[in-house]
Design a protein around this ligand. Structure first.
Ligand SMILES: [Zn+2]
Length: 173
């Protein structure tokens, strides 16, 4: 039932990021939600666990287009779009449209959830205690660039400065 968030059948519940999927006790995973692209990630990082979760009753779902748009706009505003993966963006959107608790140790995902007043918790660590905004700044000429409008699959790959060709770095505003 892709994109059927309006039915809210699963209201509440938990959405798990991949680190939670890998590190949490199996007994905690039953009934939690994930997105389909995580299954591939899990098969890559932890094939044995991937086999097991297929039998655990995890709910594989996708966020609504609306929620994905909401989260994408926010991520551009906060600067979290730089460096977030498409899977992680989908997870925040899924938790948003399902009214679920987002379980993640990723500070970008926590920052987005906190900005929207969503419920979230760390998987292993405590998580952030404040929200922030990022800006993308050239280390050469100091020009500040707008956030990209889509997630990047490679977290380390920031573009070069259009003016001087130097590297761009993320800084807290
Ligand atoms: Zn520059």
């Amino acid at each position: 039932m892709k994109g059927m968030c309006s039915d809210q059948i699963m209201g509440g519940g938990k959405v798990l990021d991949t680190s939670a999927l890998i590190s949490w006790p199996l007994s905690e995973l039953r009934g939690s939600m994930i997105v389909s692209s995580q299954v591939g990630e899990l098969e890559k990082y932890s094939p044995m666990r991937a086999d097991i979760i297929h039998s655990l009753g995890l709910v594989i779902s996708e966020p609504s287009r609306e929620s994905l748009t909401t989260i994408s706009k926010l991520a551009m505003e906060t600067g979290d779009m730089t460096g977030i993966s498409p899977t992680d963006l989908s997870l925040v959107a899924l938790a948003h449209c399902r009214g679920a608790t987002l379980v993640t140790d990723d500070y970008r995902m926590q920052n987005l959830a906190e900005n929207l007043g969503m419920n979230w918790r760390g998987a292993v660590m405590n998580g952030i205690s404040e929200t922030w905004r990022w800006e993308l700044k050239c280390i050469g000429c100091g020009t500040i660039f707008d956030s990209p409008d889509s997630p990047s699959s490679n977290k380390r790959e920031l573009k070069q400065c259009e003016n001087c060709g130097s590297a761009l770095r993320l800084r807290k505003k």
